[in-house]
Design a protein around this ligand. Structure first.
Ligand SMILES: NC(=O)c1ccc[n+]([C@@H]2O[C@H](COP(=O)([O-])OP(=O)(O)OC[C@H]3O[C@@H](n4cnc5c(N)ncnc54)[C@H](OP(=O)(O)O)[C@@H]3O)[C@@H](O)[C@H]2O)c1
Length: 309
């Protein structure tokens, strides 16, 4: 909760910058609904899981390890079912897909929330820059593995970020996906968040003719564990900015939860949300040709990964 929220109103959805996940679900019964949330052990994912479970949903919570997922699920109470899903390890993602399928779960929403930000040094998974692999490729494998488990009007929500604006001017660096030529922590985080937006866009196009939706969201800026890779001085500055400018975790979880479950977002697809309302991403995030190319290139990356164990 910050001073800034007092200068921001609500938008057409009736919610806005200051809304919390509890507020956007107030009065909704989610009994009988099942929602999968990745990165359920921390920050926005943990809060989303808590609030969805509070409203009666069954939440499938994924974390890098089963232990982390179990601890998070126990902490929120309600119907929360833990799964391991290390997004930078395709065999872990595939095992998660299989476990969810074995459980016979039908998904009303899938919130691709987990993410890593601004790694200080270039790291790779299977030759792909690690933020792009974790934030985009890992979720691509997960979502595609569960598409036929999505309910008739199921929703896929991908946590992107305003930081998609920091992606290179050229958009996705298809000729340097491993960041071999150059690496910048924010540029490559931005690229992964632009990829999140483009993934939702192309998935929405593939859903056309159905009642399924796919959207991307910017949750706001929230002091969470996401900032752990920042230099100490930046964390200090964030700590100072918090009371003035930043959202609380409860507010940060609101937009993803709103788009995943609120009736007001049921018919919107291929869009970008911020503060629980439609927002405008940078121009190339709306480029269908770029979205399609990223999808095809990601399929090639996935096809080249070691076969499932
Ligand atoms: N916080 C912000 O200011 C902000 C702003 C814009 C967008 N976002 C987006 O919001 C989402 C949630 O962020 P947050 O603030 O809640 O961050 P957080 O507290 O750090 O939570 C991130 C979650 O992702 C998980 N994760 C990280 N790497 C993973 C991997 N390789 N495999 C599986 N899970 C992994 C983390 O697990 P561990 O705890 O085990 O590492 C954690 O559960 C992210 O996608 C982020 O990009 C956040």
């Amino acid at each position: 909760m910050s001073l800034y929220q007092h200068f921001k109103g609500t938008g057409p959805s009736g919610f806005g910058y200051g809304s919390t996940a509890e507020q956007v679900t107030e009065g909704l019964s989610l009994q009988g609904k099942t929602v999968l949330v990745t990165g359920c052990n921390s920050g926005l994912g943990l809060e989303a899981m808590r609030v969805l479970a509070l409203r009666g949903a069954r939440v499938l919570g994924t974390a890098r390890t089963l232990e982390k997922a179990k601890a998070a699920c126990v902490s929120v109470g309600g119907q929360a079912v833990p799964f391991a899903c290390e997004l930078s390890d395709p065999s872990s993602v595939r095992a998660c897909v299989e476990a969810v399928r074995r459980g016979g779960h039908r998904l009303d929403a899938l919130i691709c929330n987990a993410g890593v930000m601004a790694l200080a040094r270039r790291e790779q998974a299977f030759g792909v820059e690690l933020q792009l692999f974790t934030n985009h490729v890992g979720h691509f494998i997960l979502v595609n593995g569960l598409l036929d488990r999505l309910a008739e009007a199921g929703r896929v929500v991908v946590l992107s970020s305003h930081a998609h604006n920091m992606a290179p001017k050229a958009g996705i660096l298809f000729d340097d996906l491993g960041a071999e030529r150059s690496y910048t922590p924010w540029g490559h985080y931005g690229q992964s968040k632009l990829a999140n937006l483009l993934f939702a866009k192309e998935l929405s196009r593939r859903f056309s003719g159905t009642r399924k939706t796919a959207n991307a969201v910017h949750p706001g800026v929230i002091m969470s564990n996401l900032w752990r890779h920042m230099p100490g001085i930046a964390s200090f500055a964030m700590g100072l900015a918090g009371p003035l400018l930043l959202k609380s975790v409860a507010q940060g979880a609101a937009t993803g939860v709103y788009v995943a479950i609120h009736p007001g977002a049921a018919a919107t697809t291929g869009a970008y949300f911020a503060d629980c309302n439609l927002a405008r991403p940078r121009a190339d995030a709306d480029d269908p040709a770029l979205a399609r190319r990223l999808w095809e290139v990601t399929e090639e990356i996935v096809a080249g990964l070691p076969a499932a164990r």
